[in-house]
Design a protein around this ligand. Structure first.
Ligand SMILES: NC(=O)c1ccc[n+]([C@@H]2O[C@H](COP(=O)([O-])OP(=O)(O)OC[C@H]3O[C@@H](n4cnc5c(N)ncnc54)[C@H](OP(=O)(O)O)[C@@H]3O)[C@@H](O)[C@H]2O)c1
Length: 281
């Protein structure tokens, strides 16, 4: 039987627990605050940003809602981040991506102070992660590790194959898996014989952004499959990067899309904001 990993339920449990943590910080005289910066009017980004504010509100995390016009220059954005870096009432900073073309995302990420890096993408934090001395962590990979932990899926000694090597998902996840004593393989678009490599996985993580590209014949029977992808098809349906239709009874665990990894990302963002606030004292 395949166990469907319920990310929605797990994320909601975590968020309920964070309410107490936020209250304890407030009692100690510290109001945790997340600054969320949106540049431009991308509709999807607006939805993501609204969801982040809502989740924070429910937990008792204050948010600063900063919406800049799409013509904002790189210098203007970096100046704002520098001001937020030195604002003692702000504990975590998130700049919603994608950014307009005139702004270099790397320069933005480099400017956020590592101790206020809500998304855990600053190279200093990535460096600490790779040295097995983790500080702020990338939220989606952290969400995946938390799901595995909550479902008591052993990682140590397992063959883990991650398909996708983005800075957002694949690379930081590989470091987390390695730190958790897995044997890690990272595959990407130049990988030869993807099927052979993927079939070696006890735990297969797919983050390619290609709708349903990974099929049953890429997967070893009994494997744990973590489908990170979120793709909207022409008919409006949301699907993952894995063709999940015929996996029931074949794999041991599977994350659905939607309701698997997605909800965990926001829960981890909230958890990280509280941790950064706590560490600021
Ligand atoms: N659930 C969440 O909260 C969450 C968070 C982030 C992302 N996502 C989703 O996860 C997916 C990946 O996101 P991302 O930001 O990591 O994407 P990305 O930056 O576009 O990276 C995609 C990766 O997949 C690899 N790839 C693409 N086509 C491939 C193929 N045919 N065979 C093997 N590898 C292939 C690419 O290889 P190369 O490096 O060689 O180009 C690249 O490393 C997307 O669907 C995104 O929406 C979900």
């Amino acid at each position: 039987m395949t166990v469907m990993i319920d990310g929605k339920k797990t994320a909601s449990q975590i968020q309920s627990e964070l309410v107490n943590k936020a209250q304890a910080l407030k009692k100690a005289g510290l109001t945790p605050c997340l600054a969320v910066v949106l540049v431009g009017d991308d509709p999807a980004s607006q939805v993501y940003v609204r969801n982040k504010h809502r989740a924070a509100q429910k937990i008792g995390i204050k948010t600063k809602d900063i919406h800049l016009p799409k013509e904002t220059s790189q210098a203007e954005l970096l100046k704002l981040i520098t001001e937020l870096n030195s604002d003692p009432t702000v504990h975590a900073i998130l700049v919603q991506m994608p950014l307009p073309a005139q702004i270099d995302a790397e320069a933005m990420i480099n400017t956020i102070a590592p101790e206020k890096d809500a998304d855990g993408l600053n190279p200093t934090n990535i460096g600490h992660l790779f040295m097995d001395d983790p500080r702020a962590l990338a939220c989606t990979p952290r969400g995946i590790m938390t799901l595995l932990e909550k479902y008591q899926i052993e990682v140590a000694g397992k063959e883990v194959v991650i398909i996708g090597r983005s800075n957002l998902v694949g690379r930081p996840l590989a470091a987390l898996m390695l730190n958790a004593d897995a044997t890690v393989t990272i595959a990407h678009s130049k990988t030869k014989d993807l099927k052979k490599i993927a079939r070696q996985a006890d735990i297969l993580v797919v983050a390619t952004g290609r709708a349903e590209m990974i099929t049953k014949d890429h997967i070893k029977e009994g494997a744990v499959v973590i489908d990170v992808g979120i793709n909207r098809l022409a008919d409006g349906r949301l699907v993952g990067d894995v063709a999940q239709g015929d996996l029931d009874g074949y794999v041991s665990y599977l994350t659905p899309v939607p309701g698997g990894v997605g909800p965990m990302t926001i829960a981890m963002l909230m958890q990280q904001t509280l941790e950064l606030a706590e560490k600021s004292r």
